[in-house]
Design a protein around this ligand. Structure first.
Ligand code: FAD
Length: 430
């Protein structure tokens, strides 16, 4: 990659970067590309060395994301969707939810809402690689790998960033996109609230005896939900929610026992498990930063919020953050270019915070409600849930409205996320 630079090469330049972004995951890399495409000079910091050797023949990786239409639109707007779509992903057209203790079930279908699909299940590495390929070609972006920031001072006109070797860089805007345990959030002194679900998610890809039919299947049971998310070549990604103390057990099972455990958890919905790929486990924690912005500073993605993954919204919300932040700053820059006002002052960045924080909180809270409802704890709650599922299935208007909201994003969407493209049907029915 030609735009990788060393810290030493930057230290004598006396340059004030427009934007320095800490964290090159899906959200940070999207933010970097979106700012660069708007003419900002961007320095992207990533602590890990890049691993861009993803190959079509390689094993399926454990981490995947269900991407909404709004996220698809953001990637299309940035010119990376073709690369993402060309690699073994799968559009899913249906979603089926049922529980093991009643006959209640609900089915969502793209054709009921006149859409070609309900989203895409994509390996995270494919998204990151597509973004980094575009970053590698962009003249406005420089990349700094493996360096660690140790202090941030938010001064009158800049964010001053000090590295562990005492070298200092300056930016008009510093963006924290460094994930759930964000160091930048900590360094600027933004506090956050946290709730541990006492639950973990075991994820990984599997092959199944029966075709997945481009459908995401979700079963609710006593121990927590179990889901198959449909991917290319009749591979499904599993999301198996367990009490957190069972994580080590599930990760430690040998392949044959793991297959049996999944068959049991899925109620053999897709028949026997014929192959398992690498798996991973995550304790689930909801976090929300008390503030998203300070003068010359903004948080995006998991650095600002993490949510329960069962409705697959985390990175979709983070991508909306990225698009909203860039749009807010570009609007301010373009409006204020004449009198040279400062587009990274707090009053501008507060517009981004007002745009996204409430929306993210609503999705977090609705996940909470969902999690509460689907925990099988007592008779009265069980019957409430069964009625909810059955009613949901019958009231088509409500059901279709809900699925449209989940697919297209709710509220005031950033321009990058708005529908401008004709989405084509692309199915891989396994
Ligand atoms: C089990 C599970 C399933 C999920 N499924 C879905 C789904 O289906 N759909 C969905 O929308 N979301 C899903 N999510 C959520 C989604 O994975 C996250 O929201 C998303 O990965 C967040 O992206 P990010 O770029 O903000 O953070 P991260 O992916 O955490 O990236 C942060 C980056 O910053 C780098 N970094 C960290 N610290 C530093 C530092 N000090 N200096 C420089 N770089 C640093 C890291 O190396 C990393 O590259 C799921 C989450 C889990 C746990």
């Amino acid at each position: 990659m030609k735009n990788i630079v060393s810290l030493e090469s930057l230290q004598n330049q006396n340059k004030v970067w427009d934007v320095v972004i800490v964290g090159g995951g899906m959200v940070g890399a999207t933010t970097a590309l979106a700012f660069a495409q708007q003419g900002f000079s961007v320095l992207l910091l990533e602590r890990q060395q890049l691993n861009l050797d993803w190959s079509e023949e390689g094993d399926y990786r454990p981490r995947v994301s269900a991407l909404t239409r709004a996220s698809e639109n953001i990637f299309r707007s940035l010119g990376v969707w073709e690369t993402i779509q060309n690699h073994r992903n799968c559009a899913f057209t249906d979603m089926h939810i049922w529980e093991d203790i009643s006959a209640a079930e609900v089915h969502f279908s793209a054709k009921d809402i006149d859409e070609p699909n309900l989203g895409y299940v994509v390996e995270n590495d494919i998204v990151v690689n597509a973004l980094w390929q575009a970053i590698a070609d962009h003249d406005n972006i420089k990349v700094l790998l493996g360096e660690s920031i140790s202090a941030v001072n938010l001064a009158d006109e800049t964010a001053d960033i000090t590295f562990s070797n005492q070298i200092m860089l300056q930016a008009k805007l510093l963006v924290g996109a460094d994930g759930a345990l964000s160091k930048t959030r900590e360094l600027v002194g933004i506090d956050h609230t946290e709730h541990e679900y006492q639950q973990c998610a075991i994820v990984g890809c599997v092959e199944t005896e029966l075709p997945h039919q481009a459908t995401c299947w979700q079963r609710y049971q006593q121990t927590g939900p179990f889901a198959f998310l449909s991917m290319a070549n009749n591979v499904s990604s599993i999301a198996w929610y367990l009490p957190v103390e069972k994580m080590a057990w599930a990760l430690g099972l040998n392949a044959e026992d793991f297959k049996l455990a999944i068959e049991q958890a899925s109620g053999l919905k897709l028949g026997k498990i014929t192959k398992v790929y690498e798996r991973a486990g995550f304790p689930l924690v909801r976090r929300h930063a008390n503030q998203y912005v300070l003068p010359h500073f903004a948080l995006v993605g998991d650095a600002a919020h993490t949510i329960h993954p069962q409705a697959g919204q985390g990175v979709n919300l983070g991508l909306l953050d990225a698009a909203a932040l860039v749009e807010t700053v570009v609007t301010a820059r373009d409006a204020e270019a004449q009198d040279q006002k400062d587009w990274s002052r707090k009053s501008v960045l507060r517009r981004y915070e007002r745009w996204r924080k409430g929306d993210n909180a609503i999705v977090q809270r609705s996940m909470e409600g969902f999690d509460w409802l689907f925990k099988q704890e007592n008779e009265s709650k069980n019957s409430l849930r069964s009625s909810f599922i059955s009613l949901g299935n019958k009231f088509l208007t409500v059901k279709n409205w809900l699925v449209k909201q989940a697919l297209n994003g709710r509220g005031d969407l950033p321009t990058l996320a708005k529908q401008k493209y004709k989405t084509t049907k692309r199915l891989n029915r396994g």
